[in-house]
Ligand binder design. Structure first.
Ligand code: SF4
Length: 290
């Protein structure tokens, strides 16, 4: 297993980009709904058009189906040979931070890179001839702050959706009834491939999750994500209004959990670990069964 190298904000690294574009080949760039809206804006398309043409699994990942380049690896769908990124102003957080990663635990944020050796050197050794930057200077120069705020805000939306799944399991009497199906379905969804889970959730809910259509709040990720969550809750209440029996509550709980897991994958989380964490909480703290 690759051990991440942890960084201090004052660490000086060859973080000045040589613009060779090797980093735009053979990668996996995940997206949250706010990033998807900004990519679409930079491309001059609607979020739906951008999602349908350039993303996978309902919008949680950029397609990498461009002309193969570095090491024969496929380029990002937004990479233009001999030019670079065609959506530079709206590029997502993963691209703004690369080659750094960001881990958040509670209020603690840690910047890292994977492995022992600085990743850029493999594809672009010429960065050693460029001026070094501190981690803090690099992040400031990438205008990453609002993208970090959006990432953290959508982590909260993910947790709130999972809380909704818990409420439907616990407050309906489903957990007390001895039901095992619901937690088993949470586990199954955690293990599903992204395409499988997207199919299970259905196009209507995938669209609601990834295309909130909040064009007035594009510059304020907190307002954007809060309003998006409110809309999701209203839509859930409308479709769950007629829940009549425990089987209906189980289905509704699975839907909310599935949405949390799919969004979580777009935020870089591991859905299998997330599902297991929430199953353990339901069992140990609330007496639910699997
Ligand atoms: S969005 Fe732009 S910067 Fe990010 S991988 Fe694609 S081409 Fe590269």
């Amino acid at each position: 297993m690759t051990v991440p190298t942890k960084l201090h904000l004052s660490d000086l690294l060859p973080l000045t980009c040589s613009r060779s574009g090797t980093c735009c080949h053979g990668k996996m760039v995940r997206l949250n709904p706010w990033e998807l809206a900004h990519l679409a804006q930079a491309k001059g398309l609607s979020p739906r058009e951008f999602r349908d043409r350039f993303c996978e699994f309902g919008g949680i990942r950029l397609r990498f189906d461009g002309t193969p380049g570095w090491k024969g690896q496929s380029a990002c769908s937004q990479y233009v040979p001999d030019f670079g990124c065609s959506v530079h102003l709206g590029r997502p957080l993963a691209c703004r931070l690369y080659p750094l990663g960001r881990q958040r635990q509670g209020k603690n944020v840690q910047y890292i890179f994977q492995g022992k050796d600085f990743p850029c050197l493999e594809g672009c050794p010429e960065v050693l001839d460029l001026p070094q930057l501190s981690v803090a200077e690099y992040i400031a120069g990438q205008s990453a702050q609002s993208y970090e705020v959006a990432q953290d805000a959508y982590l909260e939306v993910m947790q709130n959706l999972a809380d909704g799944a818990f409420a439907l399991l616990l407050e309906s009497g489903l957990a007390k009834s001895g039901d095992r199906k619901t937690l088993r379905l949470w586990r199954k969804m955690g293990k599903e491939e992204p395409g499988q889970l997207a199919k299970r959730l259905g196009q209507e809910w995938i669209d609601r999750l990834m295309l909130p259509g909040l064009f007035d709040d594009m510059n304020d990720p907190i307002s954007f994500s809060n309003k998006h969550y409110e809309v999701l809750v209203t839509q859930a209440q409308e479709s769950f209004g007629a829940l009549q029996n425990l089987a209906d509550y189980s289905k509704a709980s699975a839907l909310m959990m599935g949405l949390a897991l799919h969004l979580g994958r777009g935020l870089g989380a591991n859905p299998t670990s997330l599902a297991e964490h929430w199953i353990l909480t339901a069992k140990n703290e609330h007496g639910a069964l699997d």
